[in-house]
Write a protein that binds this ligand. Structure first.
Ligand SMILES: Nc1ncnc2c1ncn2[C@@H]1O[C@H](COP(=O)(O)OP(=O)(O)OP(=O)(O)O)[C@@H](O)[C@H]1O
Ligand SMILES: [Mg+2]
Length: 218
């Protein structure tokens, strides 16, 4: 599904990722574990095309995507829920969820179908849909970011530290939502980052470990 080969990234003269290589498969939940500053977010941003890579290649279903602009990678079905959520405070929750679909010029029918699917998976978002983006809690914001990523994640879904800062009850709910998602969309390839392996024990099919920009055996 998604294959990353020898991916290297340098930021401000510092080598942040060194020749990462891994692949994500349909229906498999891969967990990327690493401490603060290890390179988890950089890995996701580089695959999304939000950061320039120094070297390396990225293939989606065998086709190179590493030279495509970020929106084109999203259009091919890679959804990304960033760790800092990035909701637009003045937009409603529903508009925040719809944003990537609008940016990609998705047809109105398709947009409606996907939004309905998001609301089915995350019913609490339906209740919040008219609230402004700035008017939800941190935990609720994580759910919104998940919904927004799901609008485009046809094939691959990246979740950057989804459990960070969630109270235990919300973390449990989030984990349940992920299980539901996997039942509902069994062929999605999932990559979830976390700093502690324990949180994701139950949902991980495969584990990767990153240390100072290098993948090490988990
Ligand atoms: N814009 C930037 N300028 C300089 N250095 C950066 C920048 N972004 C990231 N880095 C450095 O790259 C390294 C990897 O950062 P990254 O954000 O990928 O780590 P992370 O594993 O996501 O950490 P965390 O668990 O804290 O989110 C860190 O050493 C960080 O300081
Ligand atoms: Mg990070």
């Amino acid at each position: 599904m998604l294959e990353v080969k020898e991916l290297s990234v340098e930021i401000a003269g510092v080598q942040v990722l060194r020749e990462l290589g891994f692949s994500l498969r349909a229906g498999v939940c891969t967990v990327l574990i690493g401490r603060n500053g290890a390179g988890k977010t950089t890995t996701l941003r580089a695959i999304m095309g939000l950061l320039l890579r120094q070297k390396g290649s990225i293939y989606l279903d065998g086709k190179p995507v590493h030279d495509l602009p970020s929106h084109a990678r999203a259009e091919l079905g890679i959804g990304y829920s960033p760790e800092d959520r990035r909701l637009i405070g003045e937009f409603s929750i529903e508009d925040n969820i719809l944003l990537p679909a609008l940016a990609l010029n998705m047809s109105a029918g398709e947009r409606k179908r996907r939004l309905e699917e998001v609301y089915e998976l995350l019913p609490e978002l339906r209740k919040l849909r008219q609230r402004p983006g700035g008017g939800v809690s941190g935990g609720q914001g994580k759910m919104v970011a998940l919904g927004r990523a799901l609008m485009v994640a046809d094939k691959v879904l990246f979740l950057d530290e989804p459990f960070q800062g969630l109270a235990p009850a919300l973390a449990l709910e989030y984990a349940r939502t992920l299980s539901k998602l996997r039942e509902h969309r069994p062929d999605i390839a999932l990559l979830v980052t976390e700093s502690s392996p324990k949180l994701l024990d139950e949902i991980a099919d495969e584990t990767l470990q990153i240390e100072r920009g290098v993948l090490t055996a988990a």
